[in-house]
Ligand binder design. Structure first.
Ligand SMILES: NC(=O)c1ccc[n+]([C@@H]2O[C@H](COP(=O)([O-])OP(=O)(O)OC[C@H]3O[C@@H](n4cnc5c(N)ncnc54)[C@H](O)[C@@H]3O)[C@@H](O)[C@H]2O)c1
Length: 253
């Protein structure tokens, strides 16, 4: 299901690692000109180099999605070097794992700010380009934990449930402008975030054990999310908006 964003400019946040990285690489392979944004600028540049080495077009920038001025500055550079933004994938995310009574207001605010407010900032910063063009595609990466709940992650789960509601509301508002907005809630994808959580014992089980209990009998790969993302940003997905497209191996049906 090759997307057809050939020549269009795609911005991917959290693109230095895991799901965001896979989306950036996939969209570049589909023909998009990609801006690889991440807090970790060194790793982001590594991904951009990888895309260029494969014949694609990419640039990187060190961006904190919690910082609107930082985002606006980076996007001004993206517009100058690549052109107006047509596609946005919000994958930057921060996890947390704490008993409810031990969650500090600082930690609550930090997770809500990166995961939910960061998504708001990035959408608001690129939507004018899409409105001007009469075409746009936004994919927000939420989490299957917002469907299932997850103990010790009330802050994280609340932020991701917020992303789902935000996506639905924004889709209704932007539909008439030719812009679709959807969310993919990944479930159990083998990324550095997942391996960090395994090491910390957050799952009470290993990734391999969880994979064996997953209906499709494997952990998801970042490329599984990238494939869904590639479709959602394509021309032919234009009638799909405001949707929650689960990619979870059947764990949450
Ligand atoms: N891996 C899973 O199973 C899973 C499940 C559900 C949801 N998710 C979500 O998918 C997204 C990607 O997660 P991943 O597993 O690829 O994790 P990851 O840790 O591999 O990648 C996350 C990236 O986001 C970047 N980032 C963090 N805070 C940032 C900020 N303030 N500004 C800019 N970049 C920032 C990190 O530097 C990192 O490169 C996250 O939103 C996560 O919550 C992942």
């Amino acid at each position: 299901m090759a997307g057809n964003p050939a020549g269009k400019v795609a911005v991917v946040t959290g693109a230095a690692s895991g799901i965001g990285r896979a989306c950036a690489v996939r969209l570049a392979r589909d023909g998009a000109r990609v801006a690889v944004l991440d807090l970790n600028g060194g790793e982001a540049e590594g991904v951009a180099e990888e895309i260029r080495a494969a014949g694609g077009t990419a640039l990187s920038a060190t961006v904190d999605v919690a910082d609107r001025a930082n985002i606006d500055q980076a996007l001004a550079d993206v517009r100058e070097r690549l052109g107006p933004v047509a596609i946005l994938v919000n994958s930057a995310g921060k996890e947390g794992f704490k008993r409810f009574l031990d969650i500090t207001i600082e930690s609550w605010t930090s997770i809500l700010t990166v995961n939910l407010t960061g998504t708001f900032h990035c959408c608001q910063a690129v939507v004018p380009d899409m409105v001007e063009a009469g075409w746009g595609r936004i994919v927000n990466i939420s989490s299957s934990s917002a469907h299932s709940g997850q103990p010790y992650m009330t802050h994280y789960v609340a932020s991701k449930a917020g992303v789902m509601g935000f996506t639905k509301a924004l889709a209704l508002e932007l539909g008439p402008a030719g812009i679709t907005v959807n969310t993919i809630p990944p479930g159990f994808i083998d990324t550095p975030m997942t391996r960090r959580n395994e090491e910390r014992g957050f799952f009470g089980s290993t990734v391999d054990e969880l994979a064996a209990r997953t209906p499709v009998r494997r952990a998801g790969l970042p490329e599984d999310i990238a494939a869904a993302c590639s479709f959602l940003v394509s021309e032919e997905a234009g009638y799909i908006t405001g949707q929650v497209i689960g990619v979870n191996g059947g764990r949450n049906t």
